[in-house]
Design a binder for this molecule. Structure first.
Ligand code: UTP
Length: 409
């Protein structure tokens, strides 16, 4: 787009501040800024004008039935056989969600490239690939792996995987694709500048993973391979079991459109979203939405009624995903500390929240999927998230859990 066209667009949108430093820029900087502005997805205007109703009003929340450990252990062999069979027939693919910024961990570069080793290097990506390889070795078959990155970390992520020879996984089974970006705005809805020559754009959450895969042309590959199920998982859980055959088999046999790995809540007020039903549809209820009464409600066995905490490991039926991909899922408008050019023209990281970002969440796909199987996993064996450097859900706590699971650090 030419400068004139961009000026016209920004005037109409009342976003002329994006050109505040245009005249100071080099030719290269000018071109970069214009390209950055031209790439803006303006759907945020509608999201700001008509925010999704997050009040939860009008929902008919009640507990959901799930598959508990005792039952899973009893039927493990049957489930595993079905899962392994599906993997051998090439019906299962894996999708690694690695487009996040990892701001809480606060490291430069992709979170998966973080070295959690102590006496030798052990990268998060590497540890997760070991887990996947356990399954593919057992199945004697490979699972295609689709890795979602973002504009902020794509080049570094691809280079890192190449440098590490794809952690011993066949390169022909690995595909990288980029998620979409959304602008960050101040409290007046004005798009911020990340630098004088770039609007502040950041990954738009993990909810758009399937539409981004489609846009990248990967659905053709899914069909050519005969994939029927996609196991999506977060980069930050180093105990992540990927395409776990028992989980895959249980989900297939239950006839649902989606399986969700869950951990049972530690206490009624644990800060985790739990699966539930809203009328006859599955849904998620956040910990802060639970009333005191709901948080403490028990079932006939004495267990918490709202117990199934999600851990961002889902198995989605491809045909249903394709059916719902055009449905709008809620856009979460989140207050954040956004690094941006301040009044003095200097890029600074603010001390407190200074604006908003727009994100969709993968968990919000559960409702449109229509049916879900909560599948309980043993927390200490499968859930070691790394969100922070120290304390809760940190490098420290994940290392402890890895050691408990016999991983040499
Ligand atoms: P989180 O929101 O916990 O991770 O996402 P984050 O964004 O990397 O971390 P913070 O909040 O900045 O500290 C959970 C998973 O979803 C992926 C992340 O990479 C992680 O695997 N994700 C998140 C995306 O792929 N895209 C996004 O836009 C956001």
């Amino acid at each position: 787009m030419t400068l004139e066209k961009i000026q016209e667009l920004l005037k109409e949108k009342d976003q002329m501040q994006l050109l505040a430093y245009y005249d100071e820029l080099t030719e290269e900087g000018k071109a970069k800024l214009l390209a950055g502005i031209a790439s803006i997805d303006w759907s945020f205007e509608e999201d700001l004008a008509h925010p999704a109703d997050m009040s939860g009003k009008g929902r008919q929340i009640h507990p959901i039935e799930g598959l508990r450990r005792a039952e899973i252990e009893k039927r493990a062999q049957e489930f595993e056989q079905v899962g392994l069979e599906a993997i051998r027939k090439g019906k299962v693919g894996a999708v690694l969600l690695a487009g996040g910024m990892g701001t809480r961990l606060g490291v430069d570069g992709p979170k998966g490239a973080y070295d959690i080793g102590i006496t030798r290097p052990l990268y998060i990506f590497e540890q997760q690939m070991r887990n996947l390889k356990e399954v593919t070795d057992r199945a004697q078959a490979t699972v295609p792996l689709y890795i979602m990155t973002s504009d902020k970390n794509h080049a570094q992520t691809v280079a890192f995987w190449k440098e590490h020879a794809f952690f011993g996984y066949p390169e022909s089974e690995i595909y990288f694709f980029q998620q979409d970006m959304a602008p960050a705005v101040d409290y007046q809805g004005k798009i911020l500048l990340e630098s004088k020559d770039m609007p502040a754009l950041s990954p738009n959450g993990n909810g758009g993973w399937f539409s981004s895969m489609q846009r990248a042309g990967l659905t053709e590959d899914l069909h050519a391979r005969g994939i029927e199920w996609l196991n999506i998982y977060a980069v930050d859980n180093v105990l992540q079991r990927i395409t776990d055959p028992i989980f895959v088999g249980a989900t297939i046999l239950s006839g649902v459109n989606c399986g969700a790995k869950v951990v049972c809540k530690n206490d009624p007020h644990e800060r985790v979203g739990v699966l539930c039903m809203d009328g006859d549809m599955p849904d998620i209820i956040e910990y802060y939405e639970l009333t005191e009464e709901m948080a403490n409600e028990r079932d006939e066995k004495g267990d918490l009624a709202y117990i199934y905490g999600v851990i961002l490991n889902y198995l989605f039926r491809l045909s249903k995903l394709e059916e719902i991909v055009g449905n709008k899922i809620p856009v979460h408008i989140v207050e954040k500390k956004i690094e941006c050019v301040d009044e003095d023209g200097v890029t600074r990281k603010p001390e407190k929240e200074n604006g908003r970002k727009f994100e969709t969440l993968a968990v919000d796909l559960i409702k449109p999927m229509g049916t879900v199987l909560p599948f309980e996993v043993v927390r200490e064996r499968e859930f070691a998230p790394i969100k922070n450097k120290t304390g809760v859900d940190s490098v420290e706590s994940a290392r402890e859990l890895l050691k408990q699971n016999g991983v040499k650090l």
